[in-house]
Design a protein. Structure first.
Lengths: 404, 251
């Protein structure tokens, strides 16, 4: 969410040529930092009923870490595959995008297997007449054939396993978008917004099993991904003056305060009458599935404020205090998957050991420490492998914040 | 200044004694979560019904609103509690429990029940079935709104009750989107939300009740339903007693 103002230079708007200039040699650490923080927040939010999740941004405004994650993922994807498309051609770049989508798919199925192992254990070991109704959810274990096939088709998705399928779909459809983005960024962004509008108008979404639709509608969320990509390839520069203006700052701050006030009425309903009827009728429901405009705007407001106060060359970015978050952000797919797994594990531990508040805090901290340690280990591997003979030089992707 | 302080102390003391009194007759564990129950909006039809000595409440719910022994489930406990608290008032709590039916399917039956029984209050426990089946939160919100409007049109107050907190199934059933939907609908219609999810979660966190217990026995289930009935009853009485000027919260 930070990279809007000072993105790598790209093709000027007026230039018709598709090529973009080489990025500056220095890596934009803000991308890594905020993606790392988003990964931590997603982990905390994914532990069910976790008291520590009260610190996460979703409790203080409309948007949450998902917007940050999807935006930065779009940004880095455009950076990596945009360059590939320019240097190696559309076919090679498309093949690489699809390979990445396949990797994410495999990661998702791997997580699903771990999930099945946990809940199969829970279903056979738990009994309590108080929860007779809820235990009905285990019925799907009686039909493993259907459940597994539906999971492979990305239709059956357990709670909190909705982000990776979204990411898979976004990558799967990314090649034509990046092709267009390199030729005409404005048209590409408008096309993305058009698909978003159509998805709202015609209520497009992908089906889920046993019923309902995807929790994160890819037709709507592609706008956030596409917007990130657009920013990476020159859009951020176009927005820079606007983003840095006092007016934008004022509007962003006012909107964040407004969102905060509205969210507070959710926790203190007796103040709900302070929200005028016409406003609440217009505003609700604030739709996460279809990336509500209010959520998108909230993300933009956060971005304006962040870019304003955290410049690209902010010295603190190099401090060892931020190093852990940056490390996590640099290995986002691995750390994201690890986070989902750790959230399962934390849930399991909370059940088996203790569900007290102290245990929730302890498992939350422990989980983040494991994420940091794993990221450090991966960075170490990368370094070692990078030095070993016969290995490829590190990808340019590193400049834009790790892998796409 | 002193007079104000004295008055406040007195009011607090009376309120506290009243509260303790309420819980003393029942399970002391119930009081642990009482801070999560607040009469945010006035129940005007209930107030009128109490004055007229005839209070009919309809509880509409899914599986978590009942137990194998219905006399120990919270609707029966609510009736018991209110009867004790409202001497001379004919308190009747009717239930309509539909296991595995989402709000949308409950709706026609709810309309019928409202028309025939003309309750002063509808307690609508909902959300679990939707969360288990992954029904779109939007569809759910729409059904809730229709039901609330139907009840309000026929001069009933409404309290929404969300799902129970079931820690073992949390990984399988994503409750938050549906809990949020219920919260927002309650806000929009300025009706009370009985936040059973938060109350039971608090019990779990503080160890008041062990919700992870592996058991076939009903003891904990009975106690929890007893507490729910008590907290709900207390809430109904408090919200009915609010002055008429607070019809819309703290206006």
């Amino acid at each position: 969410m930070t990279d809007i103002a000072l993105a790598p230079p790209a093709a000027p708007a007026a230039a018709a040529r598709p090529a973009i200039k080489a990025p500056p040699p220095e890596r934009d650490l803000r991308l890594d930092l905020f993606r790392g923080l988003a990964l931590w927040l997603i982990f905390l939010d994914h532990i069910p009923s976790n008291i520590v999740s009260w610190i996460t941004i979703r409790n203080y405004g409309f948007s949450d870490a998902t917007e940050i994650f999807v935006f930065i993922s779009g940004y880095t994807a455009a950076f990596v595959y945009g360059r590939a498309m320019r240097e190696r051609g559309a076919i090679v770049a498309s093949a690489r995008v699809l390979k990445r989508a396949w990797q994410v798919y495999v990661a998702h199925i791997f997580l699903f297997v771990i999930y099945m192992a946990e809940i199969s254990y829970v279903s056979t070991s738990f009994e309590n007449p108080l929860f007779n109704e809820e235990m009905g959810i285990f019925d799907f274990l009686k039909q493993p054939d259907i459940t597994l096939i539906q999971a492979l088709l990305l239709k059956f998705k357990p709670a909190n396993m909705d982000v990776l399928p979204l990411y898979i779909m976004l990558l799967a459809g990314f090649a034509p978008f990046i092709w267009l983005l390199l030729r005409s960024p404005t048209v590409a962004l408008l096309a993305s917004a058009f698909v978003y509008a159509l998805s709202w108008h015609f209520e497009w979404n992908l089906p889920s099993y046993p019923e309902g639709t995807w929790v994160f509608n890819p037709f709507a969320w592609q706008l956030m991904f596409g917007f990130g990509a657009w920013c990476a390839l020159g859009g951020a520069q176009k927005l820079e003056r606007l983003m840095r203006s006092k007016a934008a700052l004022g509007v962003a701050a006012a909107y964040l305060i407004f969102a905060f006030a509205i969210v507070m009425t959710w926790y203190f309903p007796r103040y709900a009458h302070l929200v005028p009827r016409w406003l609440s009728d217009w505003m609700y429901p604030i739709d996460k599935t279809n990336l509500d405009v209010l959520r998108f705007a909230h993300f933009l407001a956060l971005a304006v404020i962040t870019v304003r106060f955290i410049p690209r060359d902010w010295p603190f970015l190099k401090s060892s205090w931020l190093r852990p978050a940056i490390l996590c952000g640099q290995h986002s797919l691995e750390i994201f998957c690890l986070g989902v797994f750790l959230a399962f594990a934390a849930h399991f531990a909370l059940e088996q050991v203790s569900a007290r508040i102290a245990a929730q805090i302890a498992f939350s901290i422990l989980g983040i420490l494991i994420m940091i340690a794993s990221a450090a280990l991966m960075a170490w591997y990368k370094k070692v492998e990078g030095r070993s003979p016969g290995s490829r030089p590190p990808l340019n992707a590193d400049l834009a914040g790790g892998e796409a | 200044m002193k007079a104000i302080a004295a008055a406040v102390t007195l009011i607090l003391a009376v309120a506290f004694t009243g509260l303790c009194d309420a819980f003393a007759q029942n399970d002391p564990a119930c009081g642990v979560a009482s801070a999560l129950v607040s009469p945010d909006f006035r129940l005007s039809h209930v107030a009128t019904a109490i004055t007229n000595k005839q209070l009919t409440i309809v509880v509409v719910g899914s599986g978590s609103s009942t137990l194998p022994d219905v006399k120990k489930a919270y609707p029966a406990r609510l009736e018991e509690f209110l009867t004790g608290k409202l001497p001379g008032v004919n308190v009747k709590v009717l239930t309509q429990i539909k296991v595995r039916e989402p709000a949308k399917e409950v709706l026609p039956q709810l309309r019928k029940l409202i028309a025939t029984e003309k309750p002063s209050l509808v307690v609508w426990q909902t959300g679990t079935v939707e969360a288990m089946r992954g029904i779109e939160p939007d569809t759910f919100s729409g059904a809730l709104q229709d039901g609330i409007e139907a009840a309000q049109d026929s001069r009933s107050d409404v309290i929404l009750m969300n799902m129970q907190y079931s820690p073992r199934t949390e990984l399988m059933i994503s409750m938050p989107p549906y809990a949020d939907a219920i919260r927002i609908v309650a806000l929009q219609h300025e009706i009370i939300l009985f936040d059973r999810l938060a109350i039971m979660r608090r019990w779990g966190e503080l160890g008041t009740f062990d919700l992870n217990e592996v058991t076939k026995k009903m003891d904990t289930a009975f106690r929890i339903h007893g507490c729910i009935g008590l907290l709900l009853g207390d809430l109904i009485l408090e919200a009915a007693r609010l002055p008429a000027s607070s019809e819309n919260g703290l206006k």
